[in-house]
Design a protein around this ligand. Structure first.
Ligand code: AMP
Length: 128
């Protein structure tokens, strides 16, 4: 069965798209730690990040770099944290999170609740 992230790529489940090319897809995390919290995934369905083949892994980092530059410009944060963690969705992903302090990347913190309009505005700003 396709992962929820593959279903997002296929357009079967709504997402707030930030960037896409033939191999990768970036979209807003629906439970964000900060405005601009984005997930980067390979379209290839592989569970564990380090099981990705070298070429896909390398390309994913370069794709994430472009997205991170947009997040930094959008949010004005000091740095964009790049985090690979989580067991919830069995599809490799990188979290890109605007960061001004290490506390901003504490996944036990309460997540932001944003309206669909806010998600759309952020995604649109990051795509621009
Ligand atoms: P984890 O595998 O623990 O990194 O969790 C997966 C991440 O994907 C969590 O941060 C979720 O908030 C996020 N997530 C799960 N479903 C969706 C979705 N449909 N759209 C956007 N983000 C999602």
């Amino acid at each position: 069965m396709a992962t929820i992230f593959s279903r997002i790529v296929a357009g079967e489940i709504l997402s707030y798209k930030v960037a896409e090319n033939e191999r990768y897809y970036a979209f807003l995390d629906i439970n964000p730690l900060a405005k601009g919290h984005t997930l980067v995934i390979p379209k290839q369905e592989v569970d564990y990040f380090y099981d990705l083949d070298d070429d896909t892994l390398e390309g994913m980092i370069l794709f994430a770099k472009q997205v991170a530059q947009k997040i930094k410009a959008f949010s004005g944060c000091k740095k964009v944290a790049t985090v690979v963690l989580g067991l919830e969705v069995p599809h490799a992903h990188i979290h890109l999170i605007p960061m001004n302090s290490e506390k901003d990347v504490d996944f036990t913190r309460e997540k932001l609740v944003l309206t669909p309009e806010e998600f759309s505005e952020i995604a649109s700003a990051l795509r621009g």
